[in-house]
Design a binder for this molecule. Structure first.
Ligand code: 13P
Length: 254
């Protein structure tokens, strides 16, 4: 049985005080209302990782994650944060290759393969993002493009290493636009990704990989998206900034 995960990607939002308020609301609601074995990951801005982690304490269901890391371990890379640093803070998850990093910071498949390696080398879990922009969807080459993204950054991994990766399919046209992929579009792409994982690593391993959907997930559409057999949870942006909405999304996983 693969893990079910709902991760909130806070992106570059909230003051420290707001982050603390959101976290304490989430802890309360999740403790009271969330059943089953869904895991919740709060991917906060770097400065809030430590305080949010302190607040979460030893709540088994909730983990804290970073939104990026360097492809280097240590050294003269001003402004960067390494997977080794995150490991030293006991931060178990790291988003790698979010489309905003690809788009605004020029991150490409080769660089992302290095980041994935660094995260895995520290024993942390990468949440590797893939997804096509609108023009690719309109051209109809999205399967090819997304498969290439996965192959470029993950297919150098051993089967053992791959099993530690979480994949997030986030069509760029659905991010922050309010335009969600339909449940069918999400399922189709998740199945395509799993098919390619299966071709390279075998069906048993492919069936073990958690694949999240991201892109305008909200309390109203989460249930339908998560009901798909190949959708194992969500990577949630805007809706993860509001405690009630995010908790309803977590509960939608059933
Ligand atoms: P939204 O949920 O705001 O569309 O963002 C999705 C996303 O980019 C999560 O990583």
């Amino acid at each position: 049985m693969r893990s079910k995960i709902v991760a909130g990607n806070w992106k570059m939002n909230k003051t420290l005080e707001e982050a603390k308020t959101l976290t304490s609301e989430l802890i309360g609601m999740i403790t009271d209302e969330v059943k089953g074995n869904v895991k919740v990951v709060l991917c906060t801005p770097f400065p809030y990782l430590h305080p949010v982690k302190q607040q979460v304490g030893n709540q088994a269901r909730i983990s804290v994650g970073a939104q990026n890391c360097s492809e280097h371990d240590w050294g003269a890379y001003t402004g960067e944060t390494s997977a080794a640093m995150l490991k030293s803070m006991d931060i178990p998850y790291v988003i790698v290759g979010h489309s905003e990093r690809r788009q605004y910071f020029g991150e490409n498949g080769v660089l992302l393969a290095k980041k994935v390696d660094k995260v895995l080398a520290q024993g942390l879990t990468p949440i590797f993002c893939c997804g096509e922009p609108l023009e690719i969807r309109e051209k109809g080459t999205h399967e090819q493009v997304v498969t290439d993204q996965v192959k470029k950054s993950l297919f150098h991994l051993s089967a053992e290493a791959l099993q530690k990766v979480v994949i997030a399919y986030e069509p760029v046209w659905a991010i922050g636009t309010g335009k969600t992929a339909t449940a069918q579009q999400a399922q189709e792409m998740h199945a395509v990704i799993r098919k390619h994982l299966s071709a390279k690593y075998g069906q048993t391993i492919a069936n073990e990989i958690t694949i999240l959907y991201g892109g305008s997930v909200n309390a109203a559409n989460a249930k339908e998206l998560f009901a798909n057999p190949d959708v194992d949870g969500g990577l949630v942006g805007g809706a993860s900034l509001k405690s009630r909405e995010f908790v309803e999304i977590i509960k939608a996983i059933g």
